[in-house]
Design a protein around this ligand. Structure first.
Ligand code: OGA
Ligand code: ZN
Ligand code: ZN
Length: 395
């Protein structure tokens, strides 16, 4: 392919319709293109603000948003990019947008703002925050129940959940199933062997430690599942019993503390799969995985710490003592005052947390001193991120 002359058309009219890229996230506000030029690498572009990039011809062909290349209703890709582009298109700018006429007669138009967002040199903007480990004296975001029912309040809750892994809703009504109604605003409830919605109170024939009055040390729910639930919501309807305070600690922060204190212990816990298992009359659900899963950069992917769901430790004998001492150190760090958040959930409050990141627990309570009743459910993290992106379309 030859370097051809630069093909630029200065905006002359506002009549031409700006290209529709079939995208619901806004892209229309970016700067106009001022130059488009065929080069050896593809098409070199320059925008009004001086930003430049070069996009390969096949990339451009692949991203054509015409109804033949991208389904006009589903917005999904129809074009299949299996062949290199042998002949370059003719290139034009119309009202600052890119127009390509391919040699086979196909026409592609690209909105300048859409291309600007997707230039390879830029980081793709996202409405979804990264997880941020708790700092000293971390205090959870508190959102009023009535505010949560507005787009701004819901956005604040979603942002806090994805950033901090924990957020509190206050001043909610004392009605059964409110937890399900709140959860369903975000996404479908994630059902487990305990149902789509569960009641946490002391029960006559408990099949789970949570359904007794005993204290629950910090834990992850359902680490015995291949895919433990992401987000847990616990709505307090009654809490008159003495004791029963809620406990939380951030896995992202504690894993960092362990890395500082004893990197070898962290390596053992993140590289040694162990067994988790739940069994009752109708279920036997088990999973083998490490207590800590890290990504290739060493960031926490998920925690699986739950001492009563842990199955028999099946390891080579010479690894057992080292595993137990690493486990004890992690346990101590989680339960240290510096890392543990403790407060009483009041009726009408809902605490929600990222079950695979933030560990939760409760102090023992005395069921004879008063009633304690929480209703809980789970959600997928994908649905929180999705809601946030949808809400961010309107800013
Ligand atoms: C649970 C749980 C905490 C509580 O149901 O999984 O940990 O405060 N409950 O009862
Ligand atoms: Zn097309
Ligand atoms: Zn739990």
């Amino acid at each position: 392919m030859n370097s051809a002359v630069q093909t630029t058309t200065i905006p002359t009219t506002n009549n031409a319709q700006a290209p529709d890229m079939g995208e619901l996230t806004p892209y229309q506000t970016g700067p106009a293109l001022t130059q488009a030029m065929l080069t050896q690498q593809g098409i070199a572009l320059e925008w009004q603000d001086g930003q430049q990039t070069t996009l390969p011809l096949l990339w451009l062909r692949d991203h054509c948003a015409c109804p033949a290349c991208r389904h006009p209703q589903t917005r999904e890709r129809l074009y299949l990019p299996l062949e290199a582009i042998s002949e370059p298109p003719t290139v034009a700018l119309l009202d600052g947008h890119l127009h390509l006429n391919w040699q086979d007669g196909h026409v592609s138009t690209f909105h300048s703002g859409w291309l600007y967002q997707r230039r390879p040199e830029a980081t793709l903007a996202s409405a979804v925050p990264n997880a941020k480990p708790w700092i000293d004296n971390f205090a959870p975001e508190r959102i009023n129940h009535s505010d949560f029912l507005t787009p701004q309040g819901e956005k604040a809750w979603l942002t806090a959940m994805l950033r901090d892994g924990l957020a509190l809703i206050t001043d909610g009504p004392l009605v059964e199933e409110e937890v399900s109604r709140l959860a369903e605003r975000i996404g479908p409830l994630r059902a487990t062997n305990f149902g789509a919605r569960f009641d946490v109170r002391s029960k006559p024939n408990p099949n789970n430690a949570a359904y007794t009055a005993v204290g629950l040390p910090l834990h992850v729910d359902l680490p015995n599942w291949q895919q433990p639930p992401d987000i847990q919501l616990l709505y307090c309807l009654q809490n008159e019993a003495s004791g029963g305070e809620s406990l939380f600690a951030d896995g992202a922060r504690v894993v960092e503390a362990l890395r500082q204190q004893d990197p070898k212990a962290l390596a053992i816990l993140s590289e040694t799969p162990i067994d988790f298992r739940f069994q009752d009359e109708s279920h036997d659900i088990s999973m083998r995985a490490p207590v800590v899963t890290l990504d290739s950069a060493g960031n926490l992917v998920e925690m699986r710490l739950n001492n009563w769901i842990r199955d028999a430790l099946h390891l080579p004998v010479e690894q057992m003592d080292a595993w137990y001492s690493a486990y004890a150190l992690l346990w101590k760090l989680f339960h240290s005052e510096a890392h543990q958040l403790e407060f009483t959930l009041h009726p009408g409050q809902m605490i929600a947390f990222d079950n695979r990141r933030v560990l939760h627990g409760r102090r023992e309570f005395d069921p004879n001193s008063g009633a304690r009743h929480l209703q809980g459910t789970y959600l997928d993290r994908d649905m929180l991120a999705s809601r946030l992106r949808v809400l961010a379309r309107n800013v």
